[in-house]
Ligand binder design. Sequence first.
Ligand code: NOJ
Length: 528
Amino acid sequence: MKIWQDVASLYQIYPRSFLDTNGDGIGDLNGITEKLDYLSWLGIDSIWISPFFVSPLTDFGYDIANYRAIDPTFGQMEDFQALLKKAHNLDIKVMIDLVPCHTSDQHPWFQESRSSRDNPKRNYYIWRDGKDNSEPNNWRSLSGGSSWEFDELTGQFYLHSFLKTQPDLNWDNPEVRAEIKNIVRFWFDMGVDGMRVDAIWGISKDPDFKDDSTNPDFYGNPDNYGAFIHDRCKMGPHFQKYLQELASVCDEYNDKQMVFEFYPDDKLGDIYHQYSQILTVHPKASAFFMEYRDNEWHAKNIEKKIENYLQSASSTTPFFCIGNHDQPRIVSRLGEERARVLSFLNLLTPGISVIYYGDEIGMMNGELTADDIRDNFSPANSVVDSRDLERTPMQWNDSQFAGFSSAKPWLPVNNNHTKINVDSEKIANDSLLNMHRKLLKLRQTLPILKNGDLSIVENTGNGFILGLKRGLVGQRAYIFINFADEKQSFSVPENAKIITSTHSVNLITAENLQMTIPGHCGVLLIVQ
Ligand code: NOJ
């Protein structure tokens, strides 16, 4: 079995939306197992599956009621074990989601905790008295409103950084830390290869529970999350210590990996300083790089982002990423051409390239109406900004339900599935799917693309061009990306062979170390 050091890609699967094999309109674990052959064909060597544990599903699995059992919606433990076995036979590693900072309110720990003030599990969660007949402080929940919910039974408030059905665990309690580490061991012992760790910014909070500062740059409802600078409710004094403690479980095993979900906050200082705080926590722990999502479409901006993240990640594996189940689809954000060239870039940077299911075929945000919305984070069932837009069923073929299910799916299939689907893109040579496949296979066969270092090619003589040089023991490769709409000419530092491009190579000219490429084109060269 491959070791993490040689893994080149991570494919994120949102299990509700990948493939339904039991005809209830919701994806399941057997569906993932069935499609592992497709992922292997594509050149994927690790997958991350969003939560499938027992849950009332108020946040579709990010509200866990039993960390060690499978929710019947998704299947049974034998199904997961079969998935793991088949993935390993195909040399695909399996990462699952660890949600360490909150549980469901249906979790037995919370049921006990809320039952009385002196219950032994009371301190598993964060309970406080109100202040002046109101919440203990001004902290806001990411799903809207106050982070505090009053519980009649014991007359105190509990903290929930997300929905009120997701009470925050108290990481200052060593028993909680021990429980979560044991959950990690349970899955690692079963053979799971890694953990994507959810929402770690709130793992440590201000011990005095002081108010967050108000945000002077915010104009709008003063109760909104954005109306505050979150200088107290997240990244508290034990932030690194707790992450380090969690990641150190990897030391008990041969080859396990963790990757933290982390969105740095520019209101809290330099974002790359924040990245480096996390990326230096433990050699087996990393953090997704999510900074392309501001859509600043300039060569220089992208160059700086890549450089800064790689510098922060110098002691661990970088995880470059352009989409996930919480962000609008990349094609809907940027348009087809830019999305294609950004995927090209994402597949040619060092470390592990992360692909969100469906992005390899260019899936777009769903065409949903207010009645379709299922995500409880969407304010008043508003379609705008709903995360359901990026969670619609995988488009396998052009049939009624896109080959996802035999029944009406939990979210409508996008109408464009008649054109944008795996089957039709498999046979079109220049499809986005075939571009992914080609690059993923190259990443697997050419170690320079996965483990080679990266430096910037200065002196291309053209500000629209991003030039990256990759190097590994005497080998050299170059990646050039044109950020302009029109074709551009630029200098290349040495003679090298064109290996592949986002466009047909007939559209590229190269002579005397001068190259001309179309608008929004990416090209990969290798020195022979
Ligand atoms: C981040 C997850 O990615 C998101 O989907 C979830 O709602 C929150 N954390 C709460 O767990």
